[in-house]
Design a protein around this ligand. Structure first.
Ligand SMILES: Cc1cc2nc3c(=O)[nH]c(=O)nc-3n(C[C@H](O)[C@H](O)[C@H](O)COP(=O)(O)OP(=O)(O)OC[C@H]3O[C@@H](n4cnc5c(N)ncnc54)[C@H](O)[C@@H]3O)c2cc1C
Length: 544
């Protein structure tokens, strides 16, 4: 990369935030948490929503695209692109929570952990709890329809969004409110309601109806049910508008909790037990597969599981008070034993619970100690299948990895039949790229055969958008294009996400490729720090 060889852009007139085109700034925004790297054209950091509107009008005049981003913790390449990288993390105001209405209004760049802490001050919480919650933004969560372990009970982000402030393609700023009339004077919404809207209401078939979580494509099923533009905007991954502020619903804090760690000799029994846990009100039910347990066992973490088991479930219960939690834990203990569990450990106080849940993080230190050329890559990391197909999916993934002579770690949200897979790719092998592509296509075909979705919570990004035709019908792909054309006819917002560009490849520049040109040292050190310390919530320009 040389900045001299790149078009130099004059910053938008009246723009108050940072606007940078130096090599360090471009490089530090060229990556997010996934495998991709794309050097942006420039970096813009709006100071407020007026800046966003100015930027959108300017981009439209200049004919350049905008790639919105929050913390850049997403894995599918939706937050990187060759347009102007728009860092929304400075829009981070958090108003006091309204205890009576159970709502809170925040800037799109507010971090989820900070929002939850503010809600807790009045006995409420934001119950969508991604593992990245301390460092991902609310705007990023809305854009990806992020979820977490407790989405089993509380649902994904969509269910908690009451209103969104958005800047549309002509620079108009408007609020869309759940259940409210569409705002006047927004050409994008008028175009949508005049055309694509009808297509969606007429659509009878919907792909992968049996999955419990879906962040792929636009939310055409949810929209057809609610006819609410909020539902369509959630999960649109920065392709329809830029979100500047969000009003969220809040839930009361849980009265009491309990947890169980359960070892199963085989996957099928674990899956049956997970279905039971979901149907009996568990708030979380996580799967640790034998691949995960093998890596975790190589760390110094104590292994409270029966040796040789195929699967472990970590189950959490939320209840009104301690005695209700204890009663539920007792019921699940008995049920899991009846489902063939080898060992059940019950934790009834927060310290014991923390110790049980620490197993979920036990693979990370061992993965960090791996030979640096063996890279844990997220490119098949987010499929969800109908619950009855979960065991077949996990076994299928293991077979695909073995056929590619590639180790991997499989874990995830058993209650939602939603599985994370981190293949450990040896980038010394001359065929490593073909191996990645083979695994990606084979896993995608497996997902399609099981009528699953390729992304349960992380989104399609640039990685999965070229694969959408394998898991959605031609009519549904036309719906996606019609939605995009209505909201963003000039392809200003995040082109190549949700609707593929001609010739777009799923696996393009991979940041782990040893043959890549080195990034400037300061940017490289900043990116290494972000990845090592999960410092996605730090302002990138401050790290240079
Ligand atoms: C260690 C780790 C654990 C994770 N665990 C989870 C998990 O448990 N559950 C889960 O769902 N995800 C998880 N993720 C993925 C990621 O954290 C989520 O997708 C999160 O919602 C992304 O938020 P962000 O602020 O980083 O957004 P970014 O990565 O910056 O952006 C994500 C997408 O949203 C768009 N976008 C961002 N802000 C805006 C905006 N204001 N307006 C319009 N579009 C916007 C971007 O264009 C992009 O397409 C994890 C990631 C990591 C690294």
């Amino acid at each position: 990369m040389t900045s001299a060889s790149r078009t130099r852009l004059e910053p938008p007139v009246g723009f108050r935030g940072a606007f940078r085109q130096d090599e360090d700034a471009l490089a530090v925004y060229s990556e997010a948490a996934g495998i991709g790297r794309v050097i942006p054209l420039s970096v813009a950091v709006p100071a407020n929503e007026d800046d966003v509107a100015i930027l959108v009008r300017w981009a439209s005049e200049q004919g350049v695209s905008l790639v919105p981003r929050g913390s850049g913790s997403s894995m599918a390449g939706g937050a990187i692109g060759d347009g102007v990288s728009v860092d929304l993390s400075r829009l981070r105001t958090i108003e006091d929570a309204d205890r009576d209405a159970r709502t809170i209004r925040v800037g799109a760049g507010a971090l989820r952990g900070d929002v939850d802490r503010r809600a807790q001050l009045v006995g409420l919480r934001f119950p969508v709890d991604p593992s990245s919650g301390e460092f991902c933004t609310i705007g990023g969560m809305v854009a990806a329809n992020a979820a977490g372990a407790r989405s089993l009970m509380h649902g994904a982000t969509r269910a908690w969004v009451r209103a969104l402030d958005c800047v549309f393609d002509d620079g108009t700023l408007a609020t869309i409110r759940r259940g409210g009339a569409p705002p006047d004077g927004v050409a994008a919404i008028r175009r949508f309601l005049g055309g694509a809207h009808r297509r969606l209401l007429e659509r009878r078939h919907r792909s992968h109806p049996g999955v419990l979580k879906d962040s792929s494509g636009y939310a055409i099923g949810d929209y057809a049910r609610s006819r609410d533009v909020v539902d369509l905007m959630v999960g649109s991954e920065g392709t329809l508008a830029v979100i500047t502020a969000v009003e969220l619903s809040l839930a009361p804090v849980a009265g009491a909790r309990a947890s169980l760690l359960v070892s199963f000799p085989d996957l099928e029994h674990a899956v049956e037990a997970a279905v039971h846990a979901r149907e009996h009100g568990a708030s979380a039910c996580e799967l640790l597969d034998q691949t995960f347990l093998a890596i975790a066992a190589s760390s110094s973490h104590p292994m409270p599981v029966t040796p040789g088991v195929e699967a472990v479930l970590l189950v959490e219960i939320e209840a009104a008070d301690g005695s209700a939690a204890t009663a539920m834990a007792r019921h699940l203990h008995e049920a899991f034993t009846a489902f063939g569990a080898d060992r059940v450990i019950v934790a009834l106080d927060p310290e014991q619970e923390k110790a049980l849940w620490s197993l979920r993080h036990a693979a990370s230190p061992a993965l960090a100690r791996l030979d640096p050329r063996l890279r844990s890559m997220q490119f098949v990391e987010d499929a969800a299948v109908p619950p009855a197909a979960l065991a077949e999916y996990v076994r299928g993934v293991r077979r695909i990895l073995a056929a590619a002579d590639t180790a991997g770690v499989i874990f995830g949200h058993a209650g939602d039949a939603h599985v994370h897979v981190n293949p450990l790719v040896d980038v010394r092998r001359p065929d490593w790229r073909q191996t990645v592509e083979r695994i990606l296509l084979d896993v995608t075909d497996l997902v399609a055969r099981l009528d699953g979705t390729i992304t349960g919570e992380h989104g399609d990004g640039r990685l999965r958008t070229p694969l959408l035709d394998r898991v959605w019908t031609t009519d549904e792909l036309r719906d996606f294009r019609a939605i995009k054309d209505a909201f963003d006819p000039r392809n200003l917002f995040n082109p190549g996400v949700k609707v593929p560009l001609p010739g777009q490849r799923a696996v393009d520049v991979v940041k782990y490729d040893p043959a890549l040109d080195a990034l400037p040292p300061r940017a490289r050190d900043a990116l290494a720090l972000i990845e090592r310390e999960r410092a996605y919530g730090r302002f990138r320009l401050d790290l240079l």
